[in-house]
Write a protein that binds this ligand. Structure first.
Ligand SMILES: [Zn+2]
Ligand SMILES: [Zn+2]
Length: 650
């Protein structure tokens, strides 16, 4: 029999018969490893222990200590085990597909009755029984006709449809978890007992159309989460509970910040409280950008398709664009415009006004640019994913030589802004040249080096994502970590030598000849909508005092104090503290409770004692303690606290 050579991670090479399986390889090393093995990496591909290895390859045997393959297999096997459990409990249920996602998996079922919350408990119990049975998992390649006959006999129409979607040149692979069979690409674990029985949980059921198509049947999707051990599951469930408490949609209602409605899906109606937070953030960003040498501009919302054709968006981005048709005076045909999905082409139009010389560079044009992009209704989510949004956008036009310094300055600005907004930790990812790209290798070398050097000079750790850059240039992504450990990608910095070329941006160089500048697309918050959503959830609604919409409520305890309440309100407003009076004929505890739900950071309670002493009783959100201060003292302290971080003299 032909021999093949397998190379192990430590560099050792061993000879095996061609077609050896990783299970056999593991057994040849140590019986313990054969037992612990869950899968293998064969030339980088995730490989089932039962799949033959046809030729020379690099091999690594995976065990549960290898987090990525372990989690993928646990979640994937659980999808099969769940489908088996459901069909054992309700044999009339038709199965469809069940992919791995985020921290778990889901599986879509066709069943006439809805799944009830108590059904999830029954399914979980059955799944645990399947795991404890340690049923072997095995696989076979079938030909199409056999698979077709099998699924026709089993009455599984969805599987038949999936079968037809598998390209003709691809194998049809079957997997068995015990006697339960499913069409699947694999890989899978050795037996069901390798799945930890105490580290998964079914979380919820939701409706989902078959293949995401609203004209196809509505299925029931059961979601689960799974980890390698019970502690990881517990930590995740605690995080979910915490996240639900902080949900910006719930807090948005309680704090009266914004709403969404059917007539404008994915576009936010900001209420006074929410808009105040927005303006506080926008004013802050405007000051920071101004000091960093940016010039603010404003460009049109509605722009003729001609410009989008020129920029390439019409071809590449058309399905995400909102169109606006108008009967232009004296024109036979309607004029077709698009709501801008991004600001870049408009910024080049501003740049292109008047001849630019190298002395004008770098030119930093900023816009709080309102954009619209069509998103499917299923993908929208509160403020986090919307159709109408405002970016803290800016484009820097510069030479390739200026790229590194611009990048250094940008990261320093971003870091300082994240710090001011309460995010100490962020990660940087550098994405390098993809296979399909424009520009010479020399330009890519210079730009990638400039970005890497800029990060290193700032002393930041970063990871490289090879090949993940845009076709027009390398990019940096910035991910911040919130108070409950979730990561949010917000900032971006992208070099682009394609757009300026397409839209004919030029400058006259020192040599007197015309050159094309590099355009840097950069954002720090990403969008105001999403960032405010992140802020609300990060702070669980208890925003820093300077950002809070209503900073102080002055609440009367008795009506005889009303005049003094008005005086306190006026004194605070005079020094710029956003203050409201509450002289309703309600108990002070009722008022405190209501304003606490509204997340007002400071409540000043005013009774006759305060009137007599010209004092205030200060109660802070979330604290029981009440501190009596003189009116002047309280006003001065609150005015200082209301000052945004960039305006505080330190
Ligand atoms: Zn599968
Ligand atoms: Zn841009």
């Amino acid at each position: 029999m032909a021999q093949i050579s397998l190379t192990f991670p430590d560099g050792a090479q061993r000879s095996y018969p061609a077609g050896v399986t990783p299970a056999e390889v593991a057994a040849s090393i140590a019986p313990g490893l054969a037992k612990k093995a869950i899968s293998a990496q064969v030339d980088g591909a995730h490989w089932d222990l039962a799949w033959p290895i046809p030729a020379d390859a690099k091999i690594a045997i995976n065990t549960m200590t290898d987090a990525l393959p372990a989690l993928e297999l646990i979640r994937h096997d659980l999808a099969h085990i769940m489908a088996r459990a459901v069909q054992e409990l309700w044999p009339d249920v038709r199965v469809t597909i069940g992919p791995v996602r985020d921290e778990g998996w889901f599986y879509d079922f066709d069943r006439s009755e809805p799944f009830m919350p108590e059904d999830l408990g029954a399914i979980e119990a059955r799944m645990k029984a399947i795991i404890n049975a340690r049923d072997p998992i095995r696989t076979e390649l079938w030909d199409r006709a056999r698979a077709r006959t099998h699924y026709e006999a089993a009455g599984e129409p969805y599987k038949l449809e999936l079968l037809d979607r598998i390209p003709a040149d691809q194998d049809i692979r079957m997997y068995w978890h015990g006697a339960w069979q499913d069409l699947c690409r694999g890989p899978h674990l050795q037996h069901t007992g390798q799945v930890p029985a105490d580290a998964f949980r079914l979380t919820h059921v939701a409706g989902a159309y078959w293949l995401g198509d609203a004209s196809r049947p509505m299925l029931q999707r059961i979601y689960g989460v799974a980890f390698r051990n019970r502690d990881d599951l517990k930590a995740h469930l605690t995080m979910l509970e915490e996240a639900a408490k902080r949900d910006h949609r719930k807090l948005g209602r309680e704090m009266d910040l914004f709403h969404l409605q059917e007539e404008a899906p994915g576009m936010v109606f900001w209420h006074p409280n929410g808009w105040q937070i927005w303006r506080g953030l926008e004013d802050y960003m405007r000051r920071r950008l101004g000091r960093a040498g940016y010039r603010e501009i404003r460009t049109p919302q509605v722009v003729d398709r001609v410009l989008w054709e020129k920029s390439g968006h019409w071809e590449a981005y058309r399905e995400h664009m909102f169109l606006v048709e108008v009967d232009e005076e004296g024109q036979k045909d309607k004029r077709i415009n698009a709501l801008k999905p991004m600001n870049c082409p408009c910024h080049v139009q501003v740049y292109n006004q008047g001849l630019k010389s190298y002395r004008d560079l770098p030119l930093r044009l900023a816009e709080f640019g309102s954009c619209h992009r069509y998103e499917s209704s299923g993908s929208m989510h509160g403020l986090m994913r919307v159709r109408g949004f405002t970016q803290d956008d800016a484009h820097i036009f510069c030479t390739v030589d200026q790229l590194e310094q611009e990048c250094i300055d940008f990261i320093a600005l971003l870091s300082s802004i994240y710090h001011d907004l309460g995010f100490a930790k962020f990660d940087i990812k550098l994405s390098t040249r993809p296979d399909v790209r424009v520009g010479s290798d020399a330009v890519w070398d210079t730009a990638e080096n400039a970005l890497a050097k800029a990060i290193e000079k700032g002393g930041y750790p970063y990871t490289i994502n090879p090949g993940d850059g845009a076709f027009y240039g390398p990019k940096l992504d910035f991910k911040l970590t919130d108070a409950i450990g979730r990561e949010w990608q917000c900032g971006t910095f992208q070099a682009d030598w394609n757009t300026p070329l397409r839209l004919e941006a030029e400058y006259v160089g020192e040599d007197g000849a015309k050159h094309t500048p590099v355009m840097l697309h950069r954002a720090i918050l990403g969008s105001f909508e999403r960032f405010i959503g992140i802020l609300i959830e990060n702070y669980a609604g208890k925003l820093p005092f300077w950002l809070a919409a209503r900073q102080v409520v002055v609440a009367s305890i008795v009506s005889d104090a009303d005049a003094y309440v008005a005086e306190v309100v006026a004194a605070l407003r005079a020094v710029g503290v956003r203050t409201e009076g509450d002289v309703r004929n309600e108990k002070i505890n009722y008022k405190v409770r209501e304003h606490s739900v509204g997340k007002v950071p400071v409540i000043l309670a005013i009774g006759m004692q305060e009137v007599a002493g010209r004092s205030v009783s200060v109660r802070r959100l979330g604290e029981q303690r009440v501190e009596v201060q003189s009116l002047e003292g309280a006003v001065a302290a609150l005015a200082a606290e209301a000052t945004p971080p960039d305006l505080r003299g330190t």
